[in-house]
Design a binder for this molecule. Structure first.
Ligand SMILES: *Cc1c(COP(=O)(O)O)cnc(C)c1O
Length: 359
Protein backbone atom coordinates (compact mmCIF):
# COMPACT_ATOMS: atom_id res chain seq x y z
CA UNK A 1 0.00 0.00 0.00
CA UNK A 2 1.18 3.50 -0.81
CA UNK A 3 1.98 6.05 1.87
CA UNK A 4 0.31 9.44 2.15
CA UNK A 5 2.88 12.12 2.91
CA UNK A 6 1.84 14.79 5.39
CA UNK A 7 5.43 16.06 5.45
CA UNK A 8 6.06 19.79 4.91
CA UNK A 9 8.21 19.40 1.78
CA UNK A 10 8.96 17.27 -0.07
CA UNK A 11 5.33 16.35 0.35
CA UNK A 12 2.53 14.27 -1.10
CA UNK A 13 2.48 14.68 -4.88
CA UNK A 14 -0.60 16.30 -6.33
CA UNK A 15 -2.88 13.51 -7.65
CA UNK A 16 -2.73 14.69 -11.27
CA UNK A 17 1.08 14.80 -11.26
CA UNK A 18 1.51 11.26 -12.61
CA UNK A 19 -0.75 11.85 -15.61
CA UNK A 20 0.99 15.12 -16.48
CA UNK A 21 4.39 13.45 -16.16
CA UNK A 22 3.25 10.67 -18.47
CA UNK A 23 2.03 13.22 -21.04
CA UNK A 24 5.30 15.14 -20.78
CA UNK A 25 7.23 11.94 -21.48
CA UNK A 26 4.97 11.09 -24.41
CA UNK A 27 5.56 14.58 -25.81
CA UNK A 28 9.35 14.25 -25.26
CA UNK A 29 9.49 17.45 -23.19
CA UNK A 30 12.86 16.37 -21.76
CA UNK A 31 14.56 16.72 -25.12
CA UNK A 32 13.17 19.96 -26.55
CA UNK A 33 15.36 23.04 -26.93
CA UNK A 34 14.84 25.85 -24.45
CA UNK A 35 15.23 28.21 -27.43
CA UNK A 36 12.29 26.66 -29.28
CA UNK A 37 8.76 27.93 -29.75
CA UNK A 38 7.57 24.80 -27.95
CA UNK A 39 9.44 25.90 -24.81
CA UNK A 40 8.30 29.51 -25.10
CA UNK A 41 4.72 28.24 -25.21
CA UNK A 42 5.32 26.13 -22.10
CA UNK A 43 6.75 29.14 -20.22
CA UNK A 44 3.91 31.38 -21.43
CA UNK A 45 1.33 28.81 -20.30
CA UNK A 46 2.85 28.45 -16.82
CA UNK A 47 3.05 32.25 -16.59
CA UNK A 48 -0.64 32.65 -17.52
CA UNK A 49 -1.80 29.95 -15.10
CA UNK A 50 0.24 31.33 -12.19
CA UNK A 51 -0.95 34.88 -12.93
CA UNK A 52 -4.57 33.74 -12.78
CA UNK A 53 -4.03 31.61 -9.69
CA UNK A 54 -2.18 34.22 -7.63
CA UNK A 55 -3.66 37.41 -9.18
CA UNK A 56 -0.29 38.62 -10.39
CA UNK A 57 -0.55 41.91 -12.32
CA UNK A 58 1.43 42.86 -15.45
CA UNK A 59 3.82 44.96 -13.34
CA UNK A 60 5.42 41.71 -12.12
CA UNK A 61 7.49 39.16 -14.04
CA UNK A 62 7.56 35.45 -13.16
CA UNK A 63 11.02 33.85 -13.26
CA UNK A 64 12.35 30.35 -12.67
CA UNK A 65 15.29 29.47 -10.43
CA UNK A 66 16.78 26.27 -9.08
CA UNK A 67 15.15 26.57 -5.66
CA UNK A 68 13.55 29.04 -3.26
CA UNK A 69 16.71 29.42 -1.19
CA UNK A 70 18.43 30.59 -4.36
CA UNK A 71 15.93 33.46 -4.40
CA UNK A 72 17.00 34.50 -0.88
CA UNK A 73 20.40 35.28 -2.38
CA UNK A 74 19.10 36.75 -5.65
CA UNK A 75 16.70 39.21 -4.06
CA UNK A 76 19.33 40.40 -1.57
CA UNK A 77 21.92 40.80 -4.32
CA UNK A 78 19.54 42.57 -6.69
CA UNK A 79 17.47 44.74 -4.36
CA UNK A 80 19.75 45.77 -1.48
CA UNK A 81 22.58 48.29 -1.71
CA UNK A 82 23.36 48.49 2.01
CA UNK A 83 20.55 47.51 4.36
CA UNK A 84 17.85 44.86 4.63
CA UNK A 85 15.33 44.19 7.39
CA UNK A 86 14.13 40.74 8.47
CA UNK A 87 11.37 39.40 10.67
CA UNK A 88 12.79 36.24 12.22
CA UNK A 89 10.83 33.68 14.26
CA UNK A 90 12.18 30.33 13.14
CA UNK A 91 14.75 28.49 11.09
CA UNK A 92 13.71 29.56 7.59
CA UNK A 93 13.34 33.27 8.32
CA UNK A 94 16.68 32.98 10.18
CA UNK A 95 18.35 31.55 7.07
CA UNK A 96 17.05 34.41 4.91
CA UNK A 97 18.64 36.79 7.45
CA UNK A 98 21.88 34.76 7.50
CA UNK A 99 22.14 35.00 3.70
CA UNK A 100 22.07 38.80 4.02
CA UNK A 101 25.00 38.68 6.44
CA UNK A 102 26.90 36.30 4.17
CA UNK A 103 26.48 38.80 1.30
CA UNK A 104 27.86 41.57 3.57
CA UNK A 105 24.59 43.48 3.71
CA UNK A 106 23.83 45.42 6.84
CA UNK A 107 20.94 43.23 7.96
CA UNK A 108 18.56 44.45 10.66
CA UNK A 109 16.44 41.92 12.48
CA UNK A 110 13.34 41.82 14.66
CA UNK A 111 13.28 38.51 16.50
CA UNK A 112 10.36 36.68 18.07
CA UNK A 113 10.56 33.40 19.95
CA UNK A 114 9.90 30.13 18.10
CA UNK A 115 6.11 29.68 17.88
CA UNK A 116 5.23 33.38 18.01
CA UNK A 117 4.11 35.50 15.07
CA UNK A 118 4.23 39.08 13.83
CA UNK A 119 1.56 41.73 13.39
CA UNK A 120 2.10 45.09 11.68
CA UNK A 121 1.64 46.94 14.97
CA UNK A 122 4.77 45.21 16.44
CA UNK A 123 7.05 46.43 13.71
CA UNK A 124 9.16 49.54 13.17
CA UNK A 125 11.15 49.22 9.99
CA UNK A 126 14.60 50.83 10.36
CA UNK A 127 14.90 54.13 8.48
CA UNK A 128 17.55 53.04 5.96
CA UNK A 129 16.33 49.51 5.30
CA UNK A 130 15.76 49.15 1.56
CA UNK A 131 14.19 45.69 1.50
CA UNK A 132 11.73 44.28 4.06
CA UNK A 133 11.97 40.47 4.16
CA UNK A 134 8.86 38.67 5.43
CA UNK A 135 8.07 34.97 5.72
CA UNK A 136 4.40 34.17 5.21
CA UNK A 137 4.68 30.69 6.64
CA UNK A 138 7.53 29.80 9.00
CA UNK A 139 7.70 26.09 8.22
CA UNK A 140 9.83 25.18 11.24
CA UNK A 141 7.35 26.43 13.85
CA UNK A 142 3.99 26.47 12.04
CA UNK A 143 3.51 30.23 12.35
CA UNK A 144 1.93 32.41 9.68
CA UNK A 145 1.86 36.15 9.13
CA UNK A 146 -1.45 37.28 7.70
CA UNK A 147 -1.26 39.00 4.30
CA UNK A 148 -3.43 41.84 5.69
CA UNK A 149 -0.66 42.58 8.22
CA UNK A 150 1.96 42.60 5.45
CA UNK A 151 -0.16 44.97 3.39
CA UNK A 152 -0.68 47.25 6.40
CA UNK A 153 3.06 47.39 6.96
CA UNK A 154 3.79 48.22 3.33
CA UNK A 155 1.24 51.03 3.43
CA UNK A 156 3.16 52.47 6.39
CA UNK A 157 6.46 52.21 4.46
CA UNK A 158 5.45 52.62 0.81
CA UNK A 159 8.94 53.54 -0.43
CA UNK A 160 10.58 50.33 0.77
CA UNK A 161 10.65 47.15 -1.27
CA UNK A 162 8.71 44.26 0.27
CA UNK A 163 9.63 40.65 -0.36
CA UNK A 164 7.59 37.66 0.86
CA UNK A 165 8.83 34.09 1.29
CA UNK A 166 5.64 32.13 0.51
CA UNK A 167 7.48 28.85 0.02
CA UNK A 168 5.45 26.56 2.26
CA UNK A 169 2.07 28.16 1.68
CA UNK A 170 1.68 29.34 -1.94
CA UNK A 171 -0.95 29.39 -3.44
CA UNK A 172 -2.80 29.85 -0.12
CA UNK A 173 -1.84 33.44 0.87
CA UNK A 174 -3.90 36.10 -0.88
CA UNK A 175 -1.12 38.61 -1.47
CA UNK A 176 -1.96 41.97 -3.00
CA UNK A 177 0.75 42.38 -5.59
CA UNK A 178 0.01 46.07 -5.93
CA UNK A 179 1.72 46.24 -2.50
CA UNK A 180 4.11 43.28 -2.51
CA UNK A 181 7.11 43.89 -4.77
CA UNK A 182 8.52 40.40 -4.75
CA UNK A 183 7.53 36.90 -3.61
CA UNK A 184 8.83 33.42 -4.18
CA UNK A 185 8.18 29.73 -3.61
CA UNK A 186 9.41 26.31 -4.59
CA UNK A 187 7.31 23.52 -6.01
CA UNK A 188 7.89 20.66 -3.53
CA UNK A 189 5.58 22.12 -0.89
CA UNK A 190 1.98 23.10 -1.60
CA UNK A 191 2.18 22.60 -5.37
CA UNK A 192 2.69 18.89 -4.82
CA UNK A 193 5.66 18.33 -7.11
CA UNK A 194 9.11 16.84 -6.48
CA UNK A 195 11.83 19.38 -5.59
CA UNK A 196 13.78 21.06 -8.34
CA UNK A 197 12.25 24.42 -9.29
CA UNK A 198 11.98 27.83 -7.65
CA UNK A 199 9.55 30.55 -8.75
CA UNK A 200 10.42 34.22 -8.29
CA UNK A 201 7.79 36.92 -8.80
CA UNK A 202 9.23 40.43 -8.96
CA UNK A 203 8.07 43.87 -10.12
CA UNK A 204 9.52 46.78 -12.07
CA UNK A 205 10.61 48.54 -8.88
CA UNK A 206 12.88 45.58 -8.06
CA UNK A 207 14.21 45.58 -11.62
CA UNK A 208 14.96 49.30 -11.47
CA UNK A 209 16.80 48.83 -8.20
CA UNK A 210 18.90 46.03 -9.70
CA UNK A 211 19.70 48.14 -12.78
CA UNK A 212 20.74 51.02 -10.55
CA UNK A 213 23.01 48.76 -8.47
CA UNK A 214 24.49 47.18 -11.59
CA UNK A 215 25.74 50.59 -12.74
CA UNK A 216 27.63 51.19 -9.51
CA UNK A 217 31.40 50.51 -9.51
CA UNK A 218 31.46 49.34 -5.92
CA UNK A 219 28.54 46.89 -6.06
CA UNK A 220 27.82 43.49 -7.54
CA UNK A 221 24.41 41.96 -8.10
CA UNK A 222 26.09 38.62 -8.81
CA UNK A 223 26.44 36.91 -12.17
CA UNK A 224 23.86 34.11 -12.16
CA UNK A 225 20.13 34.81 -12.59
CA UNK A 226 20.39 38.57 -12.11
CA UNK A 227 17.06 40.36 -12.33
CA UNK A 228 18.06 42.33 -15.47
CA UNK A 229 19.05 39.14 -17.35
CA UNK A 230 16.02 37.20 -16.14
CA UNK A 231 13.76 40.04 -17.21
CA UNK A 232 15.42 40.51 -20.60
CA UNK A 233 14.89 36.83 -21.48
CA UNK A 234 11.44 36.76 -19.89
CA UNK A 235 10.20 39.28 -22.46
CA UNK A 236 10.43 36.44 -25.01
CA UNK A 237 9.44 33.72 -22.50
CA UNK A 238 12.99 32.44 -22.39
CA UNK A 239 15.52 31.97 -19.61
CA UNK A 240 19.22 32.94 -19.36
CA UNK A 241 20.37 29.37 -18.57
CA UNK A 242 18.92 26.02 -19.59
CA UNK A 243 15.97 25.69 -17.21
CA UNK A 244 14.10 22.74 -15.76
CA UNK A 245 11.79 22.59 -18.78
CA UNK A 246 9.98 19.47 -17.55
CA UNK A 247 9.09 21.06 -14.21
CA UNK A 248 7.99 24.35 -15.78
CA UNK A 249 5.63 22.26 -17.92
CA UNK A 250 4.34 20.30 -14.92
CA UNK A 251 3.91 23.43 -12.79
CA UNK A 252 1.82 25.03 -15.54
CA UNK A 253 -0.38 21.94 -15.66
CA UNK A 254 -0.85 21.75 -11.89
CA UNK A 255 -1.57 25.49 -11.70
CA UNK A 256 -4.19 24.90 -14.42
CA UNK A 257 -5.73 22.11 -12.31
CA UNK A 258 -5.82 24.48 -9.32
CA UNK A 259 -7.49 27.12 -11.48
CA UNK A 260 -10.14 24.62 -12.59
CA UNK A 261 -11.01 24.05 -8.94
CA UNK A 262 -10.68 27.77 -8.30
CA UNK A 263 -8.36 29.50 -5.87
CA UNK A 264 -11.23 30.49 -3.55
CA UNK A 265 -12.23 26.84 -3.22
CA UNK A 266 -8.63 25.75 -2.64
CA UNK A 267 -8.28 28.37 0.11
CA UNK A 268 -11.57 27.32 1.71
CA UNK A 269 -10.60 23.63 1.59
CA UNK A 270 -7.24 24.47 3.15
CA UNK A 271 -8.94 26.35 5.97
CA UNK A 272 -11.48 23.59 6.52
CA UNK A 273 -8.77 20.90 6.81
CA UNK A 274 -6.72 23.16 9.12
CA UNK A 275 -9.82 23.69 11.26
CA UNK A 276 -10.24 19.90 11.57
CA UNK A 277 -6.62 19.48 12.65
CA UNK A 278 -6.56 22.31 15.17
CA UNK A 279 -9.91 21.27 16.63
CA UNK A 280 -8.56 17.76 17.14
CA UNK A 281 -5.39 19.08 18.80
CA UNK A 282 -7.32 21.44 21.06
CA UNK A 283 -9.76 18.81 22.28
CA UNK A 284 -7.17 16.04 22.62
CA UNK A 285 -5.93 15.16 26.10
CA UNK A 286 -2.51 14.32 24.62
CA UNK A 287 -1.71 16.75 21.84
CA UNK A 288 -1.72 20.53 21.82
CA UNK A 289 -1.33 23.09 19.06
CA UNK A 290 2.16 24.51 19.48
CA UNK A 291 1.20 28.01 18.32
CA UNK A 292 -0.96 29.62 21.01
CA UNK A 293 -2.26 32.68 19.15
CA UNK A 294 -4.98 31.53 16.78
CA UNK A 295 -4.32 34.28 14.22
CA UNK A 296 -0.69 33.20 13.97
CA UNK A 297 -1.46 29.53 13.40
CA UNK A 298 -0.38 28.32 10.00
CA UNK A 299 -3.10 26.99 7.73
CA UNK A 300 -0.60 24.91 5.72
CA UNK A 301 1.86 23.48 8.28
CA UNK A 302 0.28 22.47 11.57
CA UNK A 303 2.71 21.95 14.44
CA UNK A 304 1.62 19.90 17.45
CA UNK A 305 3.27 19.10 20.75
CA UNK A 306 2.78 15.43 21.52
CA UNK A 307 2.51 15.66 25.33
CA UNK A 308 2.95 12.33 27.08
CA UNK A 309 3.51 10.51 23.79
CA UNK A 310 6.93 10.63 22.19
CA UNK A 311 7.00 12.12 18.69
CA UNK A 312 8.92 9.07 17.46
CA UNK A 313 6.09 6.78 18.64
CA UNK A 314 3.44 8.99 17.07
CA UNK A 315 5.34 9.04 13.79
CA UNK A 316 5.75 5.26 13.76
CA UNK A 317 2.08 4.63 14.67
CA UNK A 318 1.00 6.86 11.78
CA UNK A 319 3.49 5.14 9.51
CA UNK A 320 1.98 1.75 10.36
CA UNK A 321 -1.25 3.17 8.90
CA UNK A 322 0.70 4.34 5.81
CA UNK A 323 0.70 7.97 6.81
CA UNK A 324 3.96 9.89 7.03
CA UNK A 325 3.97 12.91 9.33
CA UNK A 326 6.87 15.31 9.71
CA UNK A 327 9.14 15.44 12.73
CA UNK A 328 9.59 18.59 14.77
CA UNK A 329 12.26 20.93 13.49
CA UNK A 330 15.76 20.75 15.01
CA UNK A 331 15.65 20.37 18.77
CA UNK A 332 11.83 20.24 18.64
CA UNK A 333 12.14 16.70 17.26
CA UNK A 334 11.91 15.62 20.91
CA UNK A 335 8.50 17.16 21.56
CA UNK A 336 6.68 18.02 18.33
CA UNK A 337 5.36 16.73 15.03
CA UNK A 338 4.55 18.76 11.91
CA UNK A 339 1.61 18.02 9.62
CA UNK A 340 1.51 19.54 6.16
CA UNK A 341 -1.93 20.59 4.99
CA UNK A 342 -1.34 21.09 1.28
CA UNK A 343 -3.88 20.79 -1.58
CA UNK A 344 -2.61 17.27 -2.41
CA UNK A 345 -4.22 15.83 0.73
CA UNK A 346 -8.00 15.59 0.91
CA UNK A 347 -10.32 16.23 3.87
CA UNK A 348 -10.94 12.46 4.05
CA UNK A 349 -7.21 11.79 4.30
CA UNK A 350 -6.89 14.41 7.04
CA UNK A 351 -9.79 12.73 8.88
CA UNK A 352 -8.00 9.38 8.56
CA UNK A 353 -4.80 10.90 9.92
CA UNK A 354 -6.68 12.29 12.92
CA UNK A 355 -8.05 8.80 13.61
CA UNK A 356 -4.52 7.36 13.43
CA UNK A 357 -3.15 10.02 15.78
CA UNK A 358 -5.82 9.14 18.35
CA UNK A 359 -4.44 5.61 18.68
C1 LIG B 1 11.42 24.87 2.22
C2 LIG B 1 11.53 26.33 2.51
C3 LIG B 1 12.53 27.13 1.94
C4 LIG B 1 13.62 26.57 1.09
O1 LIG B 1 13.14 26.05 -0.09
P1 LIG B 1 14.15 25.22 -1.02
O2 LIG B 1 13.30 24.80 -2.14
O3 LIG B 1 14.67 24.10 -0.18
O4 LIG B 1 15.25 26.14 -1.41
C5 LIG B 1 12.52 28.49 2.20
N1 LIG B 1 11.59 29.05 3.00
C6 LIG B 1 10.62 28.32 3.58
C7 LIG B 1 9.61 29.01 4.44
C8 LIG B 1 10.56 26.93 3.35
O5 LIG B 1 9.59 26.21 3.93
Amino acid sequence: MKNIYFTPGPAELYPTFYQHLQTAMDEQIGSISHRSKQFRDIYRFADEQLRTLLSIPDSHGIFFTGSASEVWERVLFNCVEHESFHLVNGSFSQKFYDYAGALHKHAHVLNKPFGEGFDAADIDVPEYAELVCLTHNETSSGVQMKPAEMHKLKRKYPKKLFCVDMVSSAPYPDLDFSLIDSAFFSVQKAFGMPAGLGVWISNQACLEKAEYLQKSDSMTIGAHHTLPTLWKHYKDFETPATPNVLFIYLLGKIAEDFNRIGIDTIRKQTEEKARMLYKFLETSDTYEPFVKQERHRSQTVVVATTGRKSPADVISTAKAANMIVGSGYGKFKESQIRIANFPAVSADQVAALIEALKK
